[in-house]
Each structure stands twice: as C-alpha cells, then as structure tokens.
Design a protein around this ligand. Structure first.
Ligand SMILES: NC(=O)c1ccc[n+]([C@@H]2O[C@H](COP(=O)([O-])OP(=O)(O)OC[C@H]3O[C@@H](n4cnc5c(N)ncnc54)[C@H](OP(=O)(O)O)[C@@H]3O)[C@@H](O)[C@H]2O)c1
Length: 510
C-alpha cells in the first residue's frame, strides 16, 4: 500500500484559493494596431488591471509601423478599453496602466526597431521594476511569426537569465498543415523552450470549456456512463451566423476546417473524450489530451464521412443576405469551404464504435457552440409504441456560447390520463446560478501567460496530432470536387445531412 504525505494547500503555490496576481512583468504586443489587439487584448489587460491582478509596475509595449509617440499609443489603448472592456472604466486604474504604456515603431524586418525594443525593455526594468520578466504576444499575420521569433533571438530578447522569464504567445492558426506546423514548432522551440511557449486557442479560456472537466471529473453522475456502453455518438458544433464580410482575403485558402476544426473543435473533442488526469497540473492535463488525440482518426471513405459547403445568398434573421461570391474578395472558382463536417473515431476501449461528428460553418441558422453527448436508447421501453413517439435520445449538452450552461435532455410523462412520454430539458445556466460574471477568455489566458501557467495552451505535440488527424481529409478535398452550396441561414449543405442519415442519425438543430 502506498502512503501519501499530507500537503498543506496554503503552502502549495498552485493553490487556486489564493488570489492569482502576476509578479513584476511586462507584455509586448506585436501587431498592436490590429483588430484582435484592439477588440480583445488591450481590453483584457485593462480588465485584469481593474481586478487588481497585474503587478504595480506592469508595462505594456506596443510594436507597430505607425509613427506614434508613447502618448498616441496610450490614447489608442484608452479608446479600445473604453469601447470594449468588460469591467467599468475607473480613471485611477487607467492612469496607473497608462504610466506603463510604451510604443516602439518599426517593421518586423527592421533590425534597428528590434534593437530599440530591447533598449525599451531594459529601460522598463530599470524604471518600473519589471525585473527582466517579459511576454511577447505575436498578434500578427502567421506569415510573420518566424521573422519575429528570429528577431527576438537575434537581439537576445528571448534569452532567459536566472530568476527572469521570457515567454512567447502565438496566435492561431499554428501552421497550415502538419508539415508547416512541425516547421513552426521547430523554429519556435529552437529559440524558446516549450514551457515558455503559449499557443493561443482562446476557446480553452472560456469558462464553459473548462467546465467540461469540472462536470466530468467532479461528479459521480456522469463518468460511469461516459463510454461506448451508453453513448451513441457525440456532436461538436461551432456555428456562426455571420458571413466573411471583410475577412474574405484572409479566409480564402484557409477555410472552415483549418480555421476552426484543427484547433477549437479538436480541443473540445480532447476534453470530452480524454481520460481523467491524475491531477490538474499542466503536464498531466496536456498529456491526457495528447493521448486521446493520438487515438483519434478520420473515418473512411471521406465521400461519405465528410461534407463541405460554401454559402449562397439567403435569409437570416428576417434579412436578405448576399452569398459568398456577391460579397466579393473570394476567388470565384475557390474551393475553400465555409462549412465543414467530419466524422472521427477514437480508438480507445472507452470510445470504440462511437462516432464523433464535428461541424462548423459561416452563415448558419444561429450562432451557437455546443458539445452534445447523445446517449443510446433504453434497451427496453415498457410502453405502447404510440406512447413514446415523441421520445428522442437522452443527451447532455455543454452550451459553450452564447447561452452558457448545460442542458440535460430526457423523457418525461406528459400531464394527462394517458402514459405519454416526451423529451424535456433540464437546464443549468451560468447567468442564473452564479452572481459572478465570467471573465473574458483572453483575460484568463493573458493572466496565465504572466503567471507561467500553461494548462490552457495546446502543447507542440497536441498541435501536430491535430494536423495529423485533419491532413488526410484536407488532401482528399483538394483533389476531389468542390464544396456544395448551401443557402445562408440554413444548417449547411444537404451532403452534411446525408452524412449522418446513412447511419440513421441526424444533426441537432440547436
Ligand atoms: N481578429 C480576430 O478576431 C482573430 C481571432 C483569432 C485569431 N486571430 C489571429 O491573431 C493575429 C492578428 O489578427 P488581426 O485580426 O488582429 O490581424 P490584423 O488586423 O490584420 O493586424 C495585423 C497586425 O500586424 C501588423 N503587421 C503586419 N505586418 C507587419 C510588419 N511587417 N511589421 C510590423 N507590423 C506588421 C499590422 O500592423 P499595421 O497596422 O502597421 O499594418 C497589424 O497591427 C493573426 O494571427 C490572426 O490569425 C485573430
């Protein structure tokens, strides 16, 4: 028998009951004039400051091509915060944050600009006590990742001295396929050790996504039936109601599968299907995710187990909306999909024979992200056939967004003198059950970067395993046919419905 020594949780630096305040540090954002920086990163930094989670001398350095002084940059951050921050604006918090705002002008291939950045960081260490601890957030086009990493290496900004840290944060997409992801991992890991690399998958910062682990592993109710004996199939959906709008140029050549399935949906699959980690330490959670991704494979033949589409004009929310081609910016003969659905198998004892269906698309019926675990029917129903005509399959649905919570669907007696059974829903909603509002995903993730807590960031092997799953499908799609059209406001092309109908199943209409 093994004995365990008792550990005082108050002595454990990972104890989550202690407030998680970052130590002395600064953050450099590359691409600070971009959309992501203005709408998410700067507001998240302010929200952290407002919650008292940043250290007193915290410094925010913007790097971009504009001819700005520190004050101009400060004004841009101010405007972004006023427009997009989650928490109320407080002048004293802003004043403190503004004192630490610096701007460095330059392009990524400009050595002098990076030398200026190195000097700026040294000055901040001296003036504001950032103590040599700095994060570098690459909120820039993926084509520029390598160049910036090389510049950080050249200037010594990536060097970790004793008692200091240097961390790099990399936005998605991480690679275009398996080969490019491996190459990028190599480029990054040649400069930064893996524990200093934070690959952003902002879905992992969402409360509802972390709740998958809480629901599964904190309760006795679900885990005994979380396997092929009881689960019929799993559907993971991320549906958007918006079209490409101004992002057509970025999206053409990437498509729905690379943009969403490779990262967000495969991470959701991993959290849903993984085994219980021995602890919530980063290395153990990530190891379990990698294990289940290694056991996951696409199902053949792809003509029957995948579907892809491109939206045409249609109606959405009572409004007529244009199709992809009319919106402009997309090559007319482009094969890039705006809808993708795939079937995956997880070759483990727990999941043998249980299909995992993943789908995502633009201009679909509703904006919704959910994971639906759909259970097998009861083996025997002691009712008249007509009594259960409206009884579907039991389901547990994690509602990731927008109406965050969990729904359980099961059969219940319809009031009246006959025994008629119909599906009903039991709902848990974050908004009703908790008074605290959820932090934005980027708040949680940026704080984790500053704390050096990598659990919610996919590791190099997870990223490569995800591309390994998707690559054969993408390859088959480039050599066979075109995406099927689907009218805006619907739930995708008919081929997606046929994909499930072949096995007598159907997609949920959330
Ligand atoms: N936007 C989102 O909601 C979103 C969501 C998920 C992931 N991402 C990822 O986040 C990253 C940034 O996205 P974004 O939408 O913010 O992009 P964006 O609006 O196009 O911004 C790109 C930024 O990079 C800068 N930049 C480009 N080339 C440069 C160069 N040679 N030298 C210096 N600066 C240069 C631009 O500066 P200038 O102003 O000088 O051009 C701009 O600040 C991308 O990797 C994207 O895939 C974005």
């Amino acid at each position: 028998m093994t004995t365990r020594t008792w550990q005082n949780p108050l002595r454990d630096p990972r104890d989550k009951r202690l407030p998680r305040i970052a130590g002395p540090c600064g953050l450099v954002i590359f691409g600070v004039t971009g959309d992501l920086s203005r709408k998410k990163l700067m507001p998240a930094i302010y929200d952290l400051a407002n919650r008292g989670l940043l250290p007193p001398g915290f410094s925010l350095v913007g790097f971009a091509r504009r001819d700005w002084a520190d004050e101009d940059f400060g004004q841009v951050v101010h405007d972004a915060v006023k427009e997009h921050a989650r928490t109320p604006f407080r002048q004293e918090v802003w004043d403190r944050l503004a004192e630490g705002c610096r701007f460095v002008q330059g392009s990524f291939d400009d050595d002098q600009a990076f030398d200026n950045l190195a000097k700026c960081i040294k000055d901040l260490d001296d003036e504001r006590g950032t103590a040599g601890n700095h994060g570098f957030y690459l909120s820039i086009p993926p084509a520029a990742f390598t160049k910036v990493i090389q510049q950080l290496a050249r200037t010594g900004l990536a060097d970790q001295k004793a008692d200091e840290w240097r961390r790099v944060v990399i936005e998605k997409p991480f690679g275009h396929d398996l080969a490019s992801a491996k190459q990028l991992n190599k480029t990054v890991n040649d400069v930064f050790p893996e524990d200093s690399v934070f690959r952003i998958d902002h879905y992992l910062g969402k409360e509802t996504v972390q709740n998958i682990m809480a629901i599964r592993f904190a309760n006795q109710l679900f885990e005994p039936i979380w396997n092929a004996n009881y689960v019929d199939h799993v559907q993971i959906t991320m549906a958007e109601d918006i079209g490409l709008g101004g992002r057509a140029g970025y999206y053409d050549g990437i498509g729905a599968a690379r943009d969403v399935i490779q990262n967000h949906l495969l991470q959701l699959l991993a959290l849903t299907a993984m085994e219980e980690p021995v602890s919530f330490r980063p290395e153990t959670v990530r190891a379990e995710k990698a294990k289940v991704l290694a056991a996951t494979r696409p199902v053949l033949p792809f003509a029957e187990t995948t579907a892809r589409g491109q939206y045409s004009g249609g109606w959405q929310g009572g409004q007529k909306v244009p199709g992809l081609v009319q919106e402009g910016g997309f090559a007319k003969d482009s094969k890039t999909e705006t809808y993708a659905a795939i079937e995956l198998a997880v070759d483990t004892r727990r999941w043998a024979g249980v299909p995992f269906y993943l789908r995502t698309g633009k201009r679909l019926g509703r904006r919704v992200t959910e994971i639906a675990v759909v259970f097998k029917r009861a083996p025997h129903l002691p009712f008249d056939d007509t009594s259960t005509e409206e009884l579907g399959q039991n389901a547990l649905v994690f509602r990731v967004q927008p109406d965050e919570g969990v729904t359980m669907r099961f059969g219940s007696k319809v009031p009246g003198s006959t025994m008629e059974v119909r599906d009903v829903n039991m709902d848990f909603s974050y908004g009703h059950s908790f008074t605290e509002s959820s932090p934005e995903a980027y708040e949680r993730l940026i704080l984790d970067v500053l704390l050096g807590e990598p659990s919610l960031f996919p590791k190099n092997d997870e990223v490569e395993l995800s591309w390994e799953i998707l690559d054969p499908i993408l390859k088959a799609w480039t050599t066979h046919g075109k995406p099927d059209p689907y009218p805006a406001g619907t739930w995708g092309p008919e081929s997606a419905d046929q994909m499930l109908a072949r096995t007598g199943r159907h997609w949920r209409r959330p």
